[in-house]
Design a protein around this ligand. Structure first.
Ligand code: PHE
Length: 340
């Protein structure tokens, strides 16, 4: 002990300071550094231990050695604080980096949906007829035999029923309920429910027993037209068809009527549309509403007369959009649908 002197203590203090400083520089995290603090600066640390040896020094040596020790502790303390701040900052940076959202690489834009090509066609047809003063009506797809046939002048067993390959529904007495084979039952529903004058179109799904191929489907769409007013004639029908043809297809198109037969119109006709290249497209059926139909629906045939027409929408869409196979309209393949 007697060998101790201020110089020895001071040199030990310098050595311990250097050791402590390199130890705290090595600490690589806040946790590691704070865990090392007792060994570097705590009561049991070698540097603090030197203090206990001050008492053994000659009294005149003590202030000098004491100052050297205090300086050593202050150095380690301040290096410790600096290192702590440095490690904290590094950890904050790492956390921010980890939580950063990279907004420079956006994911693929979401696919935007669109209306089905048949819906688009329906809406365009509705627009054209609205502009001609018609309102839009709707009827059920599951119909009574009476609305689909009876009220439309097809008596039971009438051969014209064979034109429609009807799908019957197992509901009520056999043969009383069916999937509508055309939109014409909506004529009946409109006349039963509303007094003339009537200017109505009714688009919707229809069903017939049919094997699916490129041009036939057991489910298809029609649009029905019905006008009932004062003194309506076949001429009004031809005019309405012609107006519709140019409004929907364009100025280069014209229409014609060919005699035909439907039990619920008299006279009846098929109507065709002529394309600018001169070729004809068969579109649908039409005619002057049969007086018995008016009567059965509660419309006085002495007072009112009317015309009706109906045509398929799917073939129209095929034509307009160049669709080759009707079945593509039902498979819901996005690659097909997104073309329209
Ligand atoms: N409903 C008939 C059909 O589907 C078409 C039609 C409608 C004919 C209106 C005349 C009047 O064949």
């Amino acid at each position: 002990m007697t060998a101790d002197s201020a110089a020895v203590l001071a040199s030990e203090a310098r050595a311990l300071t250097a050791e402590a400083v390199s130890a705290l520089e090595v600490a690589s995290s806040v946790a590691e550094l704070t865990a090392a603090r007792p060994d570097l600066l705590g009561r049991g640390s070698p540097l603090t231990g030197l203090r206990r040896r001050l008492g053994a020094l000659a009294p005149e040596d003590r202030p000098l050695a004491g100052r050297a020790l205090s300086e050593a502790l202050a150095t380690v303390e301040s290096r410790y604080d600096a290192r702590l701040e440095e490690l904290r900052a590094a950890e904050r940076r790492r956390q921010l980096e980890a939580e950063r959202l990279d907004l420079t690489e956006l994911p693929e834009p979401p696919q935007v949906g669109r209306l089905h090509v048949i819906t688009q066609t329906l809406q365009r047809l509705e627009d054209v007829f609205s502009a001609m003063g018609y309102t839009v009506a709707e009827g059920p797809e599951i119909e009574t035999e009476w609305h689909n046939f009876g009220a439309l002048n097809f008596p039971p067993g009438h051969p014209a029923r064979d034109m429609y390959d009807t799908l019957y529904v197992d509901h009520g007495p056999p043969g009383s309920t069916l999937l509508r084979t055309h939109t014409s039952p909506v004529q009946v529903r409109v006349m039963v429910n509303q007094p003339p004058p009537l200017y109505v179109v009714a688009p919707g799904r229809c069903y017939r027993q049919d094997t699916a191929d490129a041009t036939h489907m057991p489910v298809f769409h029609q649009i029905e037209g019905l006008v009932v007013d004062d003194g309506i004639t076949l001429g009004d029908l031809a005019g309405a068809i012609e107006t519709f043809t140019t409004a929907y297809f364009g100025p280069g198109f014209t229409s014609r009527l060919r005699p035909s037969y439907f039990p619920f119109t008299e006279p009846s006709a098929e109507f065709d549309v002529q394309r600018p290249d001169g070729t004809w497209l068969e579109l649908g059926g039409c005619g002057v509403v049969h007086p018995s139909v008016l009567e059965v629906c509660g419309v006085d045939p002495e007072r009112w007369s009317g015309f009706a027409f109906g045509f398929g929408i799917d073939r129209l869409a095929m034509l307009r959009y160049g669709i080759g196979d009707l079945r593509d309209l039902w498979t819901n393949d996005v690659r097909f649908l997104e073309q329209f």
